[in-house]
Design a protein around this ligand. Structure first.
Ligand SMILES: [Zn+2]
Length: 408
């Protein structure tokens, strides 16, 4: 048993507590939250700073860790994607070592669970050994080519079968992005996922959703242009890869409307990036899904700055009561894998977002998005959320030099 205490405790689901003690068993499960004066001082682990639950990284690509520093910053999404495609062929030992290191880096940075995009099975062995809980999203794309959808799906389904799903890990099939997934492939993904969930059609959604899917969405202005009237750099992108898109008909709306038309919205859905998302898109998704409860808007601010040199307008999400969570994206598009660093970036550039909101985005909302909220995301009796110490100082404000230390 351990008894941990610090200047302040942030349970997330309730108000901050002063002089509180968190009592855990040896596996980190919270047995009780109590007042300091009820305990023999010699039995306490006393820390200076603030105790928070472990962070949730709702969007990562651990298998791309070996490409750290390869892609130049500020080029925009399309040159970035070309760099990624051209640098996937490196020795397997190098890929494996970078995955191991990325996993360790995230654990040390206080990350308790990760929503991780996979195109291959490279990360499965690391995930089975890791103390981090993973939701592996096996990402599929057929470059809008309906005729190739089945073949594409079959290939990725083998990758899906190899993913880690023991020890609390989970997995599902997901579409990459609206601009790379045909209606036929969307349909194959929807059907495959519905088989994962028992009684999917009869499920009572007021009791929560059975699994989670994720999709990259509205990361660049070219994405909406492509769906609006088939202009912008995606036309050039397809030409450069020699992939015909003559059959593609623009829909006269943003890419969000294409996603909503084809994606099954009954699971939890995590929209990733949302840099160009407007209130109209948020409202449309909300209406389509029958309420915000299962919709999550994952922001990866450092990756957005790295690739596109722009950030989402967080006001749109706050004003529309959208549920935001945070992700690091991959080391290909970030300088580190740290949710604390994502919080600092938002605090620096859109400082109207209160710290109280940021710390929910970093913990509880991500846990809900991944369906891990029974164990993770807040300091409550019965959960095993991991416990972190932040050095916020006397004023309890997030600073650019704030550090995180894992306690549990
Ligand atoms: Zn991504």
């Amino acid at each position: 048993m351990r008894k941990l205490t610090a200047d302040l405790l942030l349970p997330i689901t309730s108000a901050p507590l002063q002089n509180a003690v968190v009592i855990t068993d040896d596996q980190g499960k919270i047995l009780a939250i109590d007042q300091r004066e009820n305990h023999d001082p010699a039995s306490l682990e006393v820390h200076r700073g603030v105790i928070t639950p472990g962070f949730i990284n709702a969007h990562c690509h651990l298998e791309l860790s070996h490409m750290k520093g390869v892609a130049p910053t500020g080029t925009g999404l399309l040159p970035f994607l070309k760099t990624v495609v051209n640098h996937r062929h490196v020795p397997q030992e190098q890929i494996d070592a970078a995955i191991e290191q990325g996993d360790r880096e995230m654990w040390e940075a206080g990350i308790q669970a990760v929503g991780d995009i996979c195109n291959k099975a490279d990360t499965a062995a690391t995930k089975r050994r890791s103390p981090i809980r993973y939701y592996s999203f096996v990402e599929m794309f057929d470059f809008l080519n309906d005729a190739r959808a089945q073949q594409t799906f079959d290939g990725y389904y083998e990758v899906f079968a190899q993913q880690s799903d023991g020890n609390g890990d989970r997995k599902s099939c997901v579409p990459h992005a609206p601009y790379t997934v045909s209606p036929t492939l969307f349909q194959l993904i929807n059907v495959a996922n519905s088989r994962l969930a028992p009684n999917f059609l009869e499920h009572d959604y007021s009791k929560g959703r059975q699994f989670t899917i994720s999709i990259h969405s509205q990361e660049t202005p070219h994405e909406d242009q492509f769906f609006m009237d088939k202009t912008g750099d995606f036309v050039e992108f397809y030409k450069a890869f020699g992939i015909p898109i003559d059959h593609f008909q623009p829909i006269g709306h943003s890419s969000m409307f294409y996603t909503l038309e084809h994606l099954d919205m009954r699971p939890n859905v995590v929209f990733v990036h949302n840099t160009m998302t407007k209130p109209f898109d948020i409202k449309a998704a909300n209406a389509w899904a029958g309420g915000m409860k299962g919709l999550f808007w994952c922001s990866c601010p450092n990756a957005n700055l790295h690739i596109e040199n722009r950030l989402p307008n967080y006001r749109y999400f706050i004003e529309n009561e959208a549920i935001v969570c945070l992700g690091t994206d991959s080391l290909t598009s970030n300088w580190q894998l740290s949710i604390l660093e994502e919080m600092k970036t938002i605090a620096r550039y859109q400082s109207y977002v209160p710290f109280e909101t940021l710390r929910r985005w970093a913990t509880l909302t991500g846990a809900r998005a991944l369906g891990f909220e029974e164990d993770l995301g807040s300091i409550e009796v019965g959960k095993s959320p991991g416990l972190l110490l932040l050095d916020l100082g006397e004023d309890l404000r997030l600073k650019q030099n704030t550090k995180v230390k894992r306690l549990v």
